[in-house]
Ligand binder design. Structure first.
Ligand SMILES: NC(=O)CC[C@H](N)C(=O)O
Length: 392
């Protein structure tokens, strides 16, 4: 029978996973992890390590990650390397079949962990071709499916992809945020020691952090730098924030379109700024600080996702190698006079940091908490905690 979609490649023997685009293109592979089907935005990630941290970063909600590093899953999975209680990326696409784990920290193989967190993986995918496609066309919507029997309804998958509205305009922070306050406890990880226990010393400067989809390593870094942290849900009101008597505020990373999240977050951030207490934001938090002071954000063509992105610090020309994961960016044009640009991407000159000139508030687009990635930018946590200490 003639295929109604010339773009559709015939299913090879043994294919148990498929990627379907809105225009009917299909890419076949072998499924692993959970069985089922999901739809979301395809993005590529260039980090060579940290696949578990990446899969559990809530900023990846509604995204499917093509890892450009071919050997994913080779160090297995453990209970420690997670950035949130569950996986948030919908699935991942990898080049090589996942081999048995070889690492002393491995507790589970990667496919078992993926299945346990309900996530779909497809191996045997030409991830280089996918990356080139994203670079050429921008991030497409794809539906992916894994079925051990090899039966797929390609028509239905194509329709899912065609009907998905895209990340623009989507507020996902509310969905992935905690719904309860958390008195954060726990510091950085050390080999042989695990995570440091937090002491919750009440005399330390106190930061109230808003969880828009936060990675745990951010809070561990704040603790490491000397702060006490209380985490509140994304929709916490300004009164609730102030009832915890903060010395300063932190705005977390998170998924989705900052402009959509800004609708409820921006007024609270504006009230925080009015107190003139220190404020620090990372990634989505950076974008929302920019929105709160009257700036604009826009969807990027292909986004930045990797663990070696060079960023120039404009104050002294120093280059920081950073972890990145964003698909929206703050527009330089239109930032008000009391906002100074502090960092720019050396990949595409996009904005990577701002500070206010009339109060202690600053933010960065990249991830100074690493996990995975370099720790060049830890100084930002120290700077923030020093500012908090002046308040305390
Ligand atoms: N890591 C993040 O906080 C991502 C922010 C935002 N969702 C973006 O894609 O740009």
């Amino acid at each position: 029978m003639a295929d109604a979609h010339p773009a559709r490649t015939p299913q090879p023997d043994g294919a148990t996973g498929v990627i379907v685009f809105a225009d009917g293109r299909t890419i076949w592979g072998r499924g692993f992890g959970s069985e089922g089907q999901v739809v979301g935005e395809l993005c590529f990630h260039t980090a060579m390590t940290g696949y578990q941290e990446i899969m559990t970063d809530p900023s990846f909600a509604r995204q499917i990650i093509a890892f450009t590093f071919p050997h994913i899953g080779n160090v297995g999975a453990n209970e420690e390397d997670v950035e949130a209680g569950e996986a948030h990326a919908l699935g991942c696409l990898v080049r090589e079949a996942v081999t048995s784990p070889s690492n002393f920290r491995s507790q589970q193989d990667f496919p078992t962990w993926m299945a346990a967190t309900g996530r779909i993986g497809i191996s045997g995918v030409d991830t280089r071709a996918l990356t080139r496609l994203v670079r050429r066309e921008g991030p497409p919507t794809i539906a992916i499916a894994h079925n051990a029997s090899g039966h797929f309804d390609l028509e239905a998958l194509q329709q899912m992809a065609a009907e998905w509205p895209g990340l623009e305009g989507m507020d996902l922070a509310k969905e992935v945020s905690r719904d309860q306050l958390e008195a954060w406890s726990g510091g950085k990880w050390e080999l042989g020691e695990g995570y440091a226990l937090g002491d919750n010393d009440m005399s330390k400067p106190h930061v109230v952090a808003i969880d828009y989809g936060a990675k745990r390593n951010i809070f561990r870094n704040l603790v490491e730098a000397g702060a006490r942290v209380t985490v509140l849900p994304a929709t916490a009101s300004f009164d609730e924030v102030m009832s915890h008597k903060p010395d300063g505020f932190f705005l977390s990373n998170g998924p989705g379109d900052p402009a959509a999240t800004g609708e409820y977050a921006v007024p609270v951030i504006q009230s925080m700024l009015a107190t003139k207490k220190p404020l620090f934001g990372i990634c989505l938090g950076h974008q929302m600080l920019a929105l709160a002071v009257g700036g604009k954000t826009a969807k990027m063509f292909q986004g930045h996702r990797g663990a070696n992105h060079p960023v120039k610090r404009l104050s002294d020309g120093q280059v920081e190698i950073t972890s990145m994961n964003h698909g929206f960016a703050v527009e330089r044009a239109g930032l008000p006079d009391n906002v100074r640009e502090t960092h720019v991407s050396l990949f595409d000159d996009s904005n990577c940091g701002i500070e206010l000139t009339d109060r202690p508030a600053f933010s960065v687009q990249y991830h100074p908490e690493a996990s995975p990635g370099p720790q060049d930018s830890f100084y930002l946590f120290e700077r923030f905690v020093k500012q908090l200490a002046k308040e305390a």
